[in-house]
Design a protein around this ligand. Structure first.
Ligand SMILES: C[S@@+](CC[C@H](N)C(=O)[O-])C[C@H]1O[C@@H](n2cnc3c(N)ncnc32)[C@H](O)[C@@H]1O
Length: 230
C-alpha cells in the first residue's frame, strides 16, 4: 500500500497554474514603486473597506483580471464605484499597477492572492454589489474540469457575499464552459437570471478583455451571463 505524503493529500484544488512568465522592466518597476499603495495585504480577517477607498460607493470585485486593461478602463469610466481586482499572476499585477499609477486611479485596488481564499475570509456577507469573472481558464480536459472556478460551491459563496440585488457577471469564449456556467447558475439557490431563465446576455456592457480578443482571433464565440441575487 502506498501512502501519499501529507502535502499531496491536503493540497487544495487550484483554479490556476502559476505561470513562470517573466516580468517586464516596466512591470517590475511598478511592483517596486507602487505595490504598497495599491496592493491590499490580506490575512484571514475581514477588510476595512471604508479605510481602503477615499469615498464610499458601490463595490465591484473582479476575479482573475489577467493583464487588467479592461478592469482599469471600467474603474476610470466609473469613478464613483470602488473596484477590487484579484489576481495571482504577477506580470498582470505589475501591468495593472503601472496603469493605475500612471492615471492615479483612486477607486481601484488589487489583491494578489487566490480568490477562493479572499472571498472566503476577507469580506463580510451581503456587502458586495457585483462580482465579475471574465474568461476564466476553461480547463477543457474532462480530468481537469474540477479546477474550473465556476462551481456550485464557489458560486454559493459569492452569492452570500453579495448584497440583495447584487450581480454575478460571467463571460467565456469556450462554448462547453458557457453551457456548464449556465447549468450551475440556473440551479444556484437565491440567484435569478437577469436575462430570463436559460438565456445568455446578448449585449453585455463591458470593455473587451485581452483573452476575449485572443479568442476572437482564433474564431471563438463569446458568451456572457448575468445573475442577480434575489
Ligand atoms: C484565462 S485568464 C483571463 C484573464 C482576463 N480576465 C482576460 O479576460 O483577459 C484567467 C486569469 O484568472 C487568474 N485566476 C485563475 N484562478 C484564480 C484564482 N483562484 N484567484 C485569482 N486569480 C485567478 C489566472 O491567473 C489568469 O490570469
Amino acid at each position: 500500500m502506498s501512502i501519499d505524503p501529507p502535502a499531496e493529500r491536503h493540497r487544495p484544488i487550484r483554479s490556476y497554474v502559476l505561470r513562470s512568465g517573466r516580468l517586464t522592466d516596466s512591470q517590475r518597476k511598478a511592483i517596486d514603486d507602487h505595490w504598497s499603495r495599491w496592493v491590499v495585504p490580506t490575512a484571514d480577517t475581514q477588510l476595512d473597506l471604508a479605510a481602503l477607498f477615499p469615498q464610499q460607493g458601490k463595490l465591484v470585485i473582479e476575479i482573475g483580471f489577467g493583464m487588467g486593461d479592461s478592469l482599469l478602463a471600467m474603474a476610470v469610466q466609473e469613478p464613483s464605484t470602488n473596484f477590487i481586482g484579484i489576481e495571482v499572476h504577477r506580470p498582470g499585477v505589475g501591468k495593472l499597477l503601472h496603469g493605475i499609477a500612471e492615471q492615479q486611479v483612486a477607486n481601484l485596488k488589487i489583491i494578489c492572492r487566490d480568490a477562493t481564499e479572499v472571498l472566503l475570509h476577507c469580506f463580510q456577507a451581503n456587502t458586495i454589489d457585483k462580482i465579475q469573472i471574465f474568461f476564466p481558464d476553461p480547463w477543457p480536459k474532462k480530468k481537469h474540469q474540477k479546477r474550473r472556478i465556476v462551481q456550485p460551491e464557489f458560486m454559493g459563496l459569492l452569492r452570500d457575499q453579495l448584497r440583495s440585488g447584487g450581480q454575478i457577471h460571467l463571460a467565456t469564449d469556450w462554448q462547453e464552459y458557457a453551457d456548464y456556467m449556465l447549468e450551475v447558475m440556473e440551479a444556484a439557490p437565491g440567484m435569478r437570471n437577469g436575462e430570463g431563465a436559460g438565456n445568455f446576455w446578448e449585449h453585455p456592457l463591458r470593455p473587451d478583455t485581452k483573452f476575449e480578443n485572443r479568442g476572437k482571433r482564433l474564431g471563438h464565440g463569446v458568451w456572457d451571463l448575468l445573475y442577480v441575487k434575489t
